[in-house]
Design a binder for this molecule. Structure first.
Ligand code: ADP
Ligand code: MG
Ligand code: MG
Length: 250
């Protein structure tokens, strides 16, 4: 069953088109990966899916469960089940991780779960992510290492349990431990009721999870689709050969 359909999507900033006619279909229960060189439009696509007001759609459509969400604000899209991780999460002194998560869950899922039940749930997730429970009492992202911010983001993903998780990976590497735990978290999250879109030009996170489809984006267009083997091909040969293929077709 289809979850997300992106139809001939064009978008950008005033005077510059960045996304140039993207088509993409993601079904429930699937993990998709978008790869592409720096500056190819990966983060812009993610931001356009969430309706970051920096970007404007000039053409095409975005459908969630078969219905256009183009007119919906970021807030409404989140309530409909879209989630995006941020490359640089904000630090909020004074707001604990647990209180932040409880407030987001109430706001986005309209879920009124008791404080103790919610705490139990968080302890379960923290266990999966190998986070000490004392992190729940720390101020949001304040003094967190890269790996801790990443785990915290996956904790948020598990707590909010969205329909579509868009994970835009940072360019800076995570340590082996963080990578392993993030993979575990994604596996824990995935079910027949949701799907994951991972945006990355690294491969470590992808090694441990079952990938359904890989899409390569260059200069705002998806120029190649494939299965997991495409990741290994890109790992071995980079993106140049794909660009040559595209140039030869033109
Ligand atoms: P990627 O995530 O694939 O590295 P981005 O989507 O971040 O690429 O950027 C794609 C292109 O669009 C880059 O040339 C980038 O500089 C440009 N771009 C993206 N967002 C903005 C913005 N808000 N203002 C100006 N240029 C932008
Ligand atoms: Mg990016
Ligand atoms: Mg990565």
């Amino acid at each position: 069953k289809n979850l997300l359909t992106v139809k001939d999507l064009c978008a950008g900033i005033p005077g510059q088109e960045i996304i140039k006619g993207i088509n993409l279909k993601i079904n429930y229960g699937e993990i998709h990966v978008i790869m592409g060189p720096n500056g190819s439009g990966k983060s812009t696509l993610a931001n356009v899916l969430m309706n970051n007001p920096q970007y404007k759609v000039s053409k095409g459509d975005i459908l969630l469960d078969g219905e256009s969400i183009l007119a919906d604000t970021t807030d409404v899209r989140a309530k409909k089940g879209l989630f995006m991780s941020f490359q640089n999460p904000v630090e909020v002194p004074g707001l604990t991780v647990e209180n932040f998560l409880r407030a987001s869950n109430q706001e986005i899922n309209q879920e009124n779960i008791g404080i103790i039940d919610f705490h139990e749930k968080l302890l379960d997730y923290a266990d999966v992510l190998e986070m000490d429970e004392k992190y729940l009492d720390r101020y949001l992202n304040v003094g967190f290492s890269g790996g801790e911010k990443k785990k915290n983001e996956i904790l948020q993903l598990l707590t909010l349990n969205p329909k579509l998780a868009i994970l835009d990976e940072t360019d800076s590497g995570l340590d082996v431990d963080a990578v392993r735990v993030v993979s575990k978290g994604i596996e824990k999250f995935l079910s027949e009721k949701n799907s994951v879109l991972i945006i990355t030009h690294h491969n470590e996170i992808l090694n441990n999870i079952p990938i359904d489809q890989v899409h390569v984006i260059m200069d705002g267009e998806i120029v190649k689709d494939g299965d997991e083997s495409l990741i290994h091909e890109i790992e071995a040969k980079g993106f140049g050969w794909i660009k040559d293929e595209v140039d030869n077709e033109q």
